[in-house]
Structures are given as C-alpha cells and as structure tokens.
Design a protein around this ligand. Structure first.
Ligand SMILES: [Zn+2]
Length: 275
C-alpha cells in the first residue's frame, strides 16, 4: 500500500477527521472533539489532484489545499526548477560558478540528491528575485523538459468541486520576512483575492510560506493576515492546535514517518502534550 493510503486508512480509523474550516470554528467555540484532525497540503501540486484525491475519496477524508496563485498558469516553484533540472541534467557535472555557486557533481543519484540539497540551501534565503534568476539560470543549463507540476485554474476548480477546501498561500510563495515593506501585504491579500475570483467563494484560511515563526514570518505578517479578513492561519511549527493556540498561528504536524507504528505513536504523543 502506498504511504499516503495507509496514512489515510489509519487516521480515518483513529481520529475525528473534519474539514479545516469546521475545525477552526469548533476550536473558536470550544467544541472541538477529542482527537480532532484535519488534512492539509501546501502549494497546489498537481499530484494533490491525481494521486491524493482518489485516496481521500476512498476513505471519505476531507482535505484543504493551500494554493500559491502565482503558479496556476504553468509556472514552477524555484526549488522544483532546481530539483527537476538537476534530475534531468545529462552531463556529469554542472558548473554554477558564474552565479556565485560551485562546480557540482551530478553523475549518480546520490550526487544529484546532494547537489540539489546544497543548491537549494544556498539559495533559500536570498532575495526573491535573485533566487528566481539563479533558479532560471540553472534550469537553462538543462534542456530537458518536465511535466507541469502545479495545478492549473481549471484543476483548482476541479479539486474544489470534488470537496477539497482551498486556502490561500500568497501569490509567489515568498519568505515574507525577507520582503520589502509593502510586498508582504500584497502577497497576502492578492493570493486571497485571486482565489476568490476563480472559485467565487470566500477564502478564509491562510498558510504562511515555509511557515516558521521569526524565520519566515513575524508578528507584522500575523497582523496583516488578520486585517485581510482571514479567519485562521497555519504555520509549519510542529504541534497540535488547542484553545491555548493563537488562531492566526496554528501549528501543524508533518507526516514523514515511514511506518504506521511510528506515525501513530508520534501523533498520539503530540495530542497528549496538548491535553
Ligand atoms: Zn508552501
């Protein structure tokens, strides 16, 4: 069984799964049942539709996808440009000295993986335009093309029509704390507006790109999210939301475990901590 499928099988047996907006409302009114759980995906990858949706339907699990709207028209996120370019690079080395990086080995699966990680790490916290330019340069060195990774506008509507709740995740997925003065607000507001325009409904949930408090966003951004009319926001800090949590900084829990036992044990521990 594929990992995502056993995870959904398991959570649907042990947890009270509910749509995220319902969980937020119940949290606000102190009516959240025990072992309440909501499933979220970030960014708006196509495989949410092609791989995850059939499994979500099979187990009747509701889910929310936080979409960065800047990728709905066929763009690729900078880190994916690097991942795909290195994966498809045909030579044994890649020379990135002209953009201030190094000469890297890409002759084996392992060296490709290490090179990819190293490059992403060195570009991650650069100003957004510089990061984009360097990712484009790396992509230009690899002529091979790859399939579209992010959902289109039509696929966004299709996901939503299939019961998947949509939340906002900015336009271009920037690290908010690295942006110049007015840009964070337009990223936070425009992502919401564009989703509302496409889906003809209110978008009330937001997830911070990258999502770590102080590293990736700060109190200014929390205030902007609140002022934009969102009703709740999510970080990538690990934890379980409770009535002690700030509704505009609700933590989440990444499902990286490779076995059912580890996954369940880690989840149970997390829930116990919040009691
Ligand atoms: Zn994201």
């Amino acid at each position: 069984m594929e990992k995502f499928e056993w995870q959904m099988d398991l959570v649907s047996r042990y947890f009270n799964i509910m749509p995220l907006s319902e969980a937020v409302n119940r949290l606000r009114s102190s009516q959240l049942p025990s072992r309440a759980l909501s499933i979220t995906f970030d960014d708006g990858y196509r495989d949410n539709l092609t791989n995850a949706l059939p499994i979500l339907k099979k187990y009747s699990v509701p889910a929310t996808v936080f979409v960065s709207t800047g990728y709905l028209d066929g763009n690729t996120m900078w880190n994916d440009k690097i991942i795909e370019s290195i994966r498809l690079h045909s030579a044994d080395t890649i020379d990135l000295t002209s953009i201030g990086l190094s000469m890297y080995k890409v002759d084996t699966d392992k060296s490709r993986k290490n090179t990819t990680q190293e490059i992403i790490l060195s570009l991650k916290h650069l100003p957004q335009s510089e990061r984009e330019n360097k990712a484009d340069y790396i992509a230009s060195l690899t002529k091979a093309s790859y399939a579209r990774l992010m959902i289109s506008r039509d696929e966004l509507i299709e996901l939503n029509n299939n019961g998947v709740e949509i939340g906002a995740h900015t336009v271009s997925h920037p690290i908010l704390s690295k942006l110049e003065k007015d840009t964070p607000l337009s990223e936070i507001a425009n992502g919401k507006e564009m989703l509302e325009e496409i889906l003809k409904q209110d978008i009330t949930l937001f997830a911070y790109p990258n999502g770590r408090y102080l590293n990736d966003f700060n109190d200014d951004h929390v205030k902007m999210v609140r002022d934009c009319g969102y009703s709740a926001a999510f970080t990538t800090e690990m934890g379980v939301g409770s009535n002690k949590s700030d509704i505009f900084q609700l933590p989440r829990f990444r499902a990286w475990d490779t076995t059912e036992e580890k996954f369940l044990a880690r989840m149970m521990l997390m829930y116990l901590k919040e009691r």
